[in-house]
Design a protein around this ligand. Structure first.
Ligand SMILES: [Cu+2]
Length: 351
């Protein structure tokens, strides 16, 4: 992970870049009006509760979105596919959307937009599945997610450790995935902040240690016990180190490889299942006191911004660039907000 100094330099660069991009007209008109008319709440389920044919339909849809031509070439010239479009927007905005008050709202909208693309552009009938990593915390390598036939394939090939001081503790593998549906997948941008054209394999470096340490039920319960959004957000996202990675970092660093890359992690298809689960934990926390928590938002506007600095509010804009219309945090507070006329989302979670 780059130093804080590098974070800041990139942040300034990206802020100016996005500032100009944001002036472009946004597609779709009033998003709340559009989705309100067609809101049929879909239910997100845990990966292992899906039937084999449902699992295969999901994987098929991911491969379909990876084969659909990019629409975001104006701002991400080396994006080849719609899958890359999503990854590219995350790379561009990395310093604007992590360790900020709108971290969870942004990723909530991002996953819902990906889910929408799978359904509307690739004929996927289901909802975005989630990965409850607490079920695998003590037996990470045996997770049904890694099944080569009915899952996402397994670990990356073993490569010698590069001696990096930021190596993930307990990491294994590290090379290209060797089986499953993404064995021939090519990534066209990344790693890190790079938007240059590339052709890379999907890398994984499983760390059962990270899973056991950060992806367990006690960690989730600790997050759920937080009294307000500010604390909840802090506990979920943790810190930029392996001593206190939070449940967010747990999902990323236990899979490792591409998933462990703060910028280009959406190049790992499992990213969306991990973030759906984080969103589920967020919704669970909100549901413990909905009247208060549908409007509880706080946290810095800028990455790791000072606690004395400005805070994110309900009117804070959430911008997915070319992926979706711009909305506000308020539009994203309720996952069934479209049905209720209070937002743009239209899904729920099966426990
Ligand atoms: Cu992210």
């Amino acid at each position: 992970m780059p130093s804080i100094g590098a974070f800041l330099v990139y942040g300034l660069y990206l802020a100016s870049f996005l500032g100009s991009a944001a002036a472009a007209p946004l597609p779709g008109g009033d998003p709340s009006e559009t989705s309100r008319r067609s809101c049929n709440v879909i239910k997100r389920k845990e990966w292992r509760t899906l039937s084999d044919s449902q699992k295969k339909s999901y994987i098929k849809a991911v491969k379909c979105i990876q084969a659909k031509p990019a629409i975001a070439k104006a701002t991400i010239p080396n994006s080849v596919s719609r899958f890359d479009d999503f990854q590219g927007v995350h790379i561009q905005q990395t310093f604007l959307i992590h360790f900020v008050g709108h971290f969870l709202a942004w990723h909530r909208y991002y996953v819902a937009t990906y889910e929408k693309a799978l359904r509307e552009e690739c004929g996927y009938q289901g909802a975005q599945p989630y990965w409850d990593w607490t079920l695998d915390a003590d037996n990470f390598l045996e997770s049904p997610l890694w099944d080569p036939d009915t899952g996402f394939g397994g670990n990356g090939a073993t490569i010698p450790p590069d001696g990096s001081p930021i190596a993930v503790p307990g990491a294994t593998g590290g090379g290209c995935v060797t089986n499953g549906p993404f064995v021939d997948m090519r990534l066209h941008i990344g790693p890190g902040a790079s938007l240059n054209a590339t052709s890379r394999c999907l890398r994984r470096g499983f760390s059962p240690f990270i899973a056991q340490t950060f992806s367990n039920t006690a960690k989730v319960n600790n997050a759920l016990a937080q009294p307000d959004f500010g604390w909840f957000n802090k506990v979920v996202e943790g810190e930029t180190n392996f001593q206190n990675a939070g449940i967010h970092g747990g999902g990323h660093f236990s899979v490792g490889g591409e998933a462990g890359d703060l910028f280009s992690s959406p190049g790992e298809p499992v990213f969306y299942l991990h973030h759906a689960n984080l969103d589920r934990v967020y919704w669970k926390w909100q549901s413990m006191n909905l009247p208060a928590r549908l409007s509880d938002i706080s946290g810095p506007v800028t990455m790791m911004g000072p606690i004395t600095g400005p805070n994110v509010t309900l009117s804070f804009p959430i911008d997915l660039g070319p992926l979706a219309p711009r909305v506000t945090v308020k539009d994203l507070m309720d996952i069934e907000g479209s049905k209720k006329g209070t937002g743009v989302l239209c899904y729920t979670y099966e426990e």
